[in-house]
Design a protein. Structure first.
Length: 294
């Protein structure tokens, strides 16, 4: 599938500001982590007021709770290619989402690679979801990029207890074998090669990259999954794997909505201070969560 829409003008302006920065491939791990936080703080917009924000620990997993109302409870997993991101990088996103969904968002600060390779992040994700399920019958999971991977895995593992899943440009195929990975091998924000770095750090030696807990696209158990909203970005190496996963879920009889943001790049959801499309997407996700957790 060839991209036909031009890049969104606000995204063009954002990319112009990035030209002075070194390429991601030249960055150390710490520089990568620092850059993600700095970008989110610079381009993420205002720190919106939420009635209750507090840091808690679920077992050994740090979580930040954003509460507007007690339900729905949305367990949210941040992006960052499994190697970066955290509570600081997605604070603004989670505040907006809690307000849009008029509920509670639990942002999970799962363990990162390479210090903690697979399955550490999956274990943290399931621990957080299990805790939420024990507190409420109205639980959804959501995430962006690598975080959407964890949301998919959690939704599959707890399919009878999770109301719905929201997957924002999910990173769910470690083989990087679909056409959008060729089309966006480099450029336009995080590239296919950048995604490969994340996989290399996340997957331990000897692990099968087609393990469905690593690459949910290779699952053989799609029946009975929670309703899903899959958001993709047109200029994104992950575009095709997100859409393919949505089609696989739908083919198995699940309720699936796939929404592609024309002219968008990977990571746009964290840029709500500069890109109107990001604000619209978070509002759309909030509305979806309200409608699918009743």
């Amino acid at each position: 599938m060839i991209s036909k829409m031009p890049l969104d003008p606000e995204i063009v302006a954002y990319l112009e500001l990035q030209k002075s920065l070194p390429p991601r491939s030249a960055m150390t791990l710490q520089q990568t982590r620092d850059r993600m936080i700095e970008s989110a703080q610079r381009f993420g917009g205002a720190v919106l007021d939420v009635p209750l924000v507090r840091d808690i620990t679920l077992g050994a997993v740090p979580v930040r709770e954003y509460r507007v109302a007690t339900e729905p409870v949305v367990v949210y997993f941040h992006g960052g290619r499994f190697i970066s991101g955290g509570l600081a990088s997605h604070d603004r996103v989670c505040r907006r989402l809690a307000l849009a969904a008029h509920g509670t968002v639990l942002a999970v600060d799962y363990r990162l690679a390479p210090e903690h390779r697979f399955p550490a992040a999956v274990e943290d994700a399931l621990a957080a979801v299990d805790w939420a399920i024990a507190q409420s019958d109205c639980v959804a999971v959501a995430g962006d990029s690598a975080g959407a991977n964890l949301a998919t895995v959690a939704a599959a593992a707890r399919r009878t207890r999770v109301k719905c899943q929201v997957l924002i440009y999910p990173m769910i195929d470690a083989t990087r074998s679909l056409p959008s990975h060729v089309q966006f091998a480099e450029g336009w924000g995080p590239s296919s090669l950048d995604m490969q770095r994340g996989w290399d750090e996340y997957i331990p030696p000897g692990a099968d990259p087609r393990d469905p807990r690593i690459s949910p696209s290779f699952s053989t158990e799609f029946a009975g999954l929670p309703p899903a909203l899959v958001l993709t970005a047109e200029y994104d190496s992950l575009r095709d794997e997100g859409e393919s996963y949505g089609f696989l879920m739908a083919k198995a009889g699940n309720c699936v909505e796939i929404k592609k943001y024309a002219g968008a790049i990977h990571g746009f959801i964290t840029l709500a201070g500069s890109i109107g499309m990001a604000r619209e997407a978070i509002e759309y996700v909030g509305e979806y969560l309200v409608n699918h957790t009743k």
